[in-house]
Ligand binder design. Structure first.
Ligand code: NAP
Length: 429
């Protein structure tokens, strides 16, 4: 059978690994997909850089857009990254020519997914992006194919390995966030500019793609409530453990009464549940389907091997002639979902107040919460010398987010706290 001619733009961590797999596993891959794979064209910025694999048989393009429109390729793999050009323009150009595309680019799909899916379907070609969500975990495949007959009620998980590494290390060592972040950067687990990861945006990109496939909607990135892990302190991690929880950065998408709820924030997860035990740079996703119930997927969310594994699975599908709608339903039929307001979210919270230890303070905290119908399940207070700031920790019963926010504002206004209160949502999955 004729070889599938592969054009690859981006030869960094993931792209070089993909080039290597195609070069070294050719025979095994050909037997699995029924035709040889041939890397015929590549593009990156620096032609001179050693990629750890011989690329002499592939034509070099210094312009990825020219590669995308080359007549020498049957499939275009985009592994440059970024929501804008050249990634966007080259993916658009390949699809416009009727060339199927594989990408690991969550930012591109989160911002332009529907338009690109329409372009792909107009030409009857695939637009695959398994590597964009949870790295090596085949979660797009699981949702789009394996759980295709389910009405998915909720999909959630740990989608950013950098944050999970930082939180796991903070818990194990008792060290502060900034200290552990610095170490993660030295070890290569965090970017030089970590804002996207620790601020929750990377998780938000992945969550809107997961939600789109799970619920059959267009990705709605701007409808996600996003908080990062910057304010998590060793003290909160320690209190979490005392209450039987572990703090994780979660992405959660669920069907609520008022629409689709999408949120990214640190959350207390009960010890002994699958997500609590996901450590270090690992990712995990849980899907709740009406037929299958709860299913859990765990694995490596990043890195050359796991991410290239996901890219290759997309490539094998194309070589086999398998094509599925990008978001699980025809692009023309998917619409922006009706989104639930975060203020309507119902949940229990961990609250930590730093108060001056003097009579009447606890009464003020309790009254402000009670005024908003937020009731307290348990409370913990550490004593210090009278007049010194002390932490007061409360676990609330379920309440509306809007009520919780109002209660915290009233507590700050009452002048009884010396620092901004800490609020961490609790998930009892
Ligand atoms: N790394 C991971 O673990 C991981 C996990 C999941 C998803 N992803 C996604 O996979 C994609 C690639 O990630 P990566 O980590 O491999 O990135 P990377 O190491 O930064 O590599 C990017 C590659 O794109 C090339 N490139 C950048 N701008 C270019 C331009 N204007 N023209 C031509 N080539 C250009 C670079 O060329 P030079 O090498 O010459 O500079 C480099 O080879 C991204 O969308 C990322 O979000 C990565």
């Amino acid at each position: 059978m004729k070889p599938l001619r592969v054009g690859l733009a981006g030869l960094g961590t993931v792209g070089a690994a993909v080039a290597k797999i195609v070069a070294e596993q050719g025979t095994a891959l050909a037997s699995r997909c029924g035709r040889p794979l041939e890397l015929t064209a590549v593009s990156a910025r620096d032609k001179a850089r050693d990629r750890g694999v011989s690329l002499t048989k592939a034509e070099w393009f210094s312009d990825p857009l020219k590669l995308a429109t080359s007549a020498q390729i049957d499939v275009f793999i985009e592994l440059m990254g970024g929501e804008g050009d050249p990634a966007k323009a080259s993916v658009e150009a390949a699809l416009a020519r009727g060339v199927p595309v594989v990408t690991g680019n969550k930012a591109l799909l989160a911002h332009h997914g529907v338009a690109l899916a329409k372009a792909a379907e107009a030409k009857g070609v695939a637009l695959n992006y398994e590597a964009a969500v949870a790295g090596g975990i085949p979660i797009v495949k699981a949702l789009r194919e394996g759980l295709g007959a389910n009405r998915v009620e909720r999909v959630y998980g740990i989608l950013n390995g950098t944050c999970n590494y930082i939180l796991t290390t903070m818990e194990a060592s008792g060290r502060a966030f900034a200290d552990v972040l610095g170490e993660a950067q030295r070890l290569g687990y965090a970017e030089a500019d970590p804002t996207f990861d620790i601020g929750g945006m990377d998780t938000a990109h992945k969550l809107c793609l997961l939600a789109a496939v799970a619920f059959g909607n267009a990705p709605a990135l701007d409808g996600i409530h996003v908080e990062g892990i910057e304010r998590i302190s060793p003290m909160d991690i320690m209190f979490a453990r005392e209450f039987g929880f572990r703090i994780k950065l979660l992405g959660v998408a669920s069907r609520a009464d008022s629409g689709i709820e999408q949120r990214v924030h640190p959350a207390m997860v009960p010890l002994g549940t699958p997500l609590a035990d996901v450590d270090g740079v690992f990712n995990a996703v849980v899907a709740d389907g009406d037929l299958v119930g709860k299913s859990v997927y765990e694995g490596r969310g990043a890195g050359a091997g796991p991410t290239a594994s996901a890219v290759m699975s997309d490539l094998l599908d194309i070589a086999r002639g398998v094509r599925l709608p990008t978001f699980g339903a025809p692009a023309a039929t998917i619409a922006r979902p009706k989104l639930a307001a975060m203020g309507d979210h119902q949940g229990a919270c961990y609250l930590r107040f730093t108060v001056i230890d003097r009579p009447g303070v606890i009464a003020v905290l309790s009254r402000c919460l009670a005024d908003q119908a937020v009731s307290i399940e348990s409370m913990l207070q550490r004593s210090r010398a009278p007049g010194e700031p002390v932490p007061v920790v409360m676990i609330t019963h379920e309440a509306r987010e809007a009520a919780m926010t109002k209660a915290l504002a009233a507590i700050v206004a009452a002048g009884v706290v010396t620092e901004q209160p800490v609020m961490i949502r609790m998930e009892r999955f």
